[in-house]
Design a protein around this ligand. Sequence first.
Ligand SMILES: Cc1cc2nc3c(=O)[nH]c(=O)nc-3n(C[C@H](O)[C@H](O)[C@H](O)COP(=O)(O)OP(=O)(O)OC[C@H]3O[C@@H](n4cnc5c(N)ncnc54)[C@H](O)[C@@H]3O)c2cc1C
Length: 451
Amino acid sequence: MTLFWHRRDLRISDNAGLYYALKQGGPVQPVFIFDAAILGKLPSRADARVEFIQRNVAELDAAYRTHGSCLLTYYGDPVAIWKSLRDEFRPTAVFTNRDYEPYARTRDDAVREILEEQDIPLHDHKDHVIFESDEIQKKAGGPYTVYTPYMRTWRSTLDARLSTHDGKPVSFYLKPYPTESYAGRLRQVADPPPVVRLEDMGFEATDVPLPPPAAPLPVLEQYDRQRDYPATEGTTRWGVHLRHGTVSVREKARRALATNATLLNELIWRDFYSNILQSFPHVAHRSYRPAYDTIPWINDEQQFERWCAGETGVPIVDAGMRQLNATGFMHNRVRMIVASYLTKHLLIDWRWGESYFADKLLDYELASNNGGWQWAAGSGVDAQPYFRIFNFESQQRKFDPEYRYVRRWVPEYGTSGYPDKPLVEHKFGRDRALATYKTALVAARAGSVAL
Ligand SMILES: Cc1cc2nc3c(=O)[nH]c(=O)nc-3n(C[C@H](O)[C@H](O)[C@H](O)COP(=O)(O)OP(=O)(O)OC[C@H]3O[C@@H](n4cnc5c(N)ncnc54)[C@H](O)[C@@H]3O)c2cc1C
């Protein structure tokens, strides 16, 4: 018997690790563990992400049942649970898909160790990204840290190996794994146990709307023209699905290739940031560029709270934060604006913003969130230079000229109930940020700290 461990891959179809588990023989018993350590750290008992995962786990179980099998679900400490799974099932092998986050790597090492005590191998496969960091390297060796050359090599690697799918040519790397053809090798379970429920874990349902896994065709076709305008539903909302693997990234990349090249570039950004986290795990806690850790942040707690609540007096920042607080989503253009306002105008440590986003975003993904924040703070790979500071007034004029987005989320805007000036005004904030960054970076360079 083989066990297959689902984590960020909540689907049967086109699932690399599941395919290899089934291919090896059978019977294969799938399992899923709700990790008490992760869930215990969440700030609220009504968390739309837990709800999303639980709902998709239940749907996955239902899908396995149509094949006469089931998904065994558990809630607790993954290492302890693996000890008892090992003793109960005595599997010959365990298969899974790779997770690149530092916590997951440590957890997987611990699980691997307890399986190895009984000579049970843990086979892990690539599924979450199109390319892992060792597949896209500079000619001279080593990972790319600049997006454009990375993207070019990513594209040429994709095109270098062709295969076919449905009678049409497709890159080998985007070809789906025909998991369903081997579904007969799933372990047959006559009386499957129920799936762990939200209430079993002390969570409750929310009223946050969860986006569907497919975007309407016009959104895909007009993506490059619409994606920058936050008042328009012009982006795919694939984020949460890619994060938890309720859709396959290969399928989404094929869809992007068939409809809109710009969209493919965004998926390449996703691989890029994942590759950065794989190659430079220190970015999870520190600036990629050490000199940026010497910036003397002001870290005013009251100003941070106003930013979190969407009460800064900057209409587009307030609209973005309120959209985030109400729905768990914020438009990408606005994520850049609010992150820039926090790190530059308010001079608050990017990690504070990163961690607030981590608590709130439905599509929260450590690699992309960290990449986005370090990009805005200037501390990351391929970041905008620190002296290029977003002007929130011109961003407003360009991307929400009629204030449609602002009025949707800040109904009191334009009335006496809305502040008549921002917490920190653009020119003052810009000049202060320039001076602070410059002084810190010049001193760091003088002290030989890498820029
Ligand atoms: C400060 C900041 C924090 C961010 N935090 C996250 C996060 O936690 N999780 C996350 O998935 N994305 C994050 N992003 C990237 C981007 O904002 C979201 O992926 C996007 O807004 C999600 O909406 P969508 O699914 O409609 O994306 P679309 O615009 O439709 O793009 C399709 C998919 O491409 C990927 N993608 C798009 N833009 C980026 C990008 N810049 N970097 C990496 N991948 C991208 C995502 O998987 C996305 O679902 C962040 C960006 C910034 C500036």
